[in-house]
Design a protein around this ligand. Structure first.
Ligand code: ADP
Length: 490
């Protein structure tokens, strides 16, 4: 079917989470926003997701039953129920795979031992559902290790079926998680032929099988969420053990940076803000939001005080050991700090102790809170993202859209989206540092603080430039479309 501008590409997204149904990180945001952007460009998109028990009843009530069937899965011929529930939102069709044995517990991940069978089932059921619905896509676009077996099934067991004519794209959102287990465990649950358990496909050393590795071998194209990360993962430091494998397949590997949904993140129409603002009144109204944030968190109420925010999963990836190492120095001149996140108890405890040591100046909010995140993006002057590695990163994009200046390490998507401020010309989007060193992070914070207090014109220039920067999905969606067109033409 030809639609807008003759595009009409049919794409099936397969992934383990999607906002607003279930989200634990950036993957959930991309699974929501990219299909919407593709539909706006005239594509037809179905998003295939597990029907987790934790999905809110509000959405379950909107779903309609599309049918069910039994599917072969395991090596010993075990068969499993596949139900399909559907709902449509903003032109995107969401098909949820129902199976109580796999998806009735967990939130949505439980632990690798159970997650491996769950996502073997899901990767295969997604293709079986497309055949059942009689909807053959041009492209099956799979995301992260949980959907990595889909490209493998597509070229093996599903090759002679209708969906077998589709091309596959596998996107790496985070290479740290790969779906690694004992060889027999994966052989059993995937039911895939024994000859695939070789070093080019699933084998990781002599004792382990790696689902992501097999998917990378079989996918027609592999993308990751920034150009810099696409290069980095071919190196030992960032490659998480798959650098040689990715290097070998580099001809089909490319980077397309994420955007953010600019309706969801719109400071001028944000109902979670006490004082919504646009470019025209940011300088006045940001202060009102800062004051509201200080009041809410019990910090000294002073809109003129420099305030840094940090919104993050509290894990090693995010560079928090650097923050902890120089925390006292960051706040020694009265700078306020607000941390929002949950994760590793080591970091949760460290930030709680900082709050105790600097009552009224530092706040550690050890929780997941969407509305507080909006207030921090609006109220803080700068946002820290000093990651050890960062495939793309969304928080720096949201910060820029809200006129909050990012302070980032030059890695992955952070490097591709935040141009360093240059005092001579006054241009750039934020403050950056290169090597993973606490003194360099501190130096970047001090440089930012100096411009904030002593060169306010330049600081305001960064705010206005950041708010103007195009961080929407428009450009990236057209890059994905170009990739799909290339694959269709093969
Ligand atoms: P990752 O996917 O590695 O967690 P990203 O920067 O890609 O990191 O995405 C993080 C997303 O999760 C952003 O939308 C951010 O605002 C949100 N987020 C992270 N922690 C929290 C929290 N504690 N409360 C609210 N939102 C959070």
């Amino acid at each position: 079917m030809e639609m807008n501008g003759g595009n009409g590409t049919r794409v099936a997204f397969v992934g383990s989470e999607c906002y607003p149904f279930v989200k634990t990180g950036g993957l959930g945001d991309v699974m929501y926003a990219l299909p919407r952007a593709l539909v706006r460009e005239g594509s037809e998109v179905r998003v295939i997701l597990p029907l987790y028990a934790c999905i809110s009843q509000k959405y379950k009530d909107q779903m309609t039953w599309k049918g069910s069937f039994m599917m072969d899965l395991t090596r010993d011929g075990g068969r499993f129920f596949v139900g399909i529930m559907e709902l449509t939102m903003n032109g995107v069709i969401y098909d949820f795979i129902e199976n109580r044995e796999f998806f009735d517990w967990g939130n949505p991940y439980t632990g690798l031992w159970e997650d491996i069978p769950k996502y073997c089932f899901f990767s295969k059921a997604a293709l079986a559902a497309l055949n059942y619905l009689d909807w053959v896509p041009d492209i099956v676009h799979c995301h992260d290790w949980q959907a990595a077996l889909t490209p493998v099934y597509l070229r093996t067991q599903f090759a002679p079926t209708p969906v077998g004519s589709a091309r596959s794209v596998l996107t790496i959102h985070n290479l740290r998680f790969q779906g690694i287990c004992g060889i027999e465990h994966l052989k059993h649950w995937s039911g895939l032929p024994a000859e695939l358990f070789n070093y080019d496909v699933f084998l990781n050393g002599d004792h382990e099988a790696n689902m992501f590795k097999g998917g990378l071998t079989y996918a027609d194209r592999v993308t990751t969420v920034s150009e810099t990360y696409a290069g980095e993962i071919q190196t030992d430091f960032y490659g998480e053990g798959l650098n040689s494998h990715l290097s070998y397949h580099r001809a089909k590997l490319s980077g397309i940076v994420n955007g953010i949904d600019v309706e969801q993140w719109n400071s001028s129409a944000d109902s979670m803000l006490p004082a919504p603002y646009g470019r025209e009144d940011v300088l006045a109204r940001k202060a009102e939001n800062k004051l509201a944030l200080q009041r809410r968190l019990g910090l000294q109420e002073d809109p003129g005080r420099f305030m840094v925010g940090l919104i993050s999963r509290l894990t090693d990836q995010k560079g928090l050991d650097l923050v902890n190492a120089v925390f006292d120095r960051i706040v020694e001149d009265g700078t306020q700090a607000v941390v929002l996140g949950t994760g590793d108890p080591r970091y949760e405890g460290a930030f709680r102790r900082c709050e105790e040591a600097y009552r009224g100046q530092v706040s550690a909010c050890i929780m997941y809170d969407e509305s507080l995140s909006h207030l921090i993006y609006a109220g803080a002057d700068a946002l820290l993202v000093p990651s050890l590695f960062e495939p793309c990163g969304l928080t720096q994009l949201i910060a820029m859209r809200y006129g909050t200046v990012p302070i980032v390490r030059e890695t992955g998507g952070l490097k591709d989206t935040v141009a360093p401020f240059r005092p001579e010309s006054g241009d750039g989007n934020g403050f950056t540092f290169d090597h993973y060193r606490a003194d360099l992070l501190l130096d970047a914070v001090c440089r930012a603080r100096d411009v904030y207090y002593n060169r306010r014109d330049q600081w305001n220039g960064i705010i206005l430039r950041d708010m103007e920067k195009d961080v929407s999905w428009t450009h990236s969606a057209s890059q994905y479309l170009a990739l799909y067109q290339e694959l269709k033409a093969l």
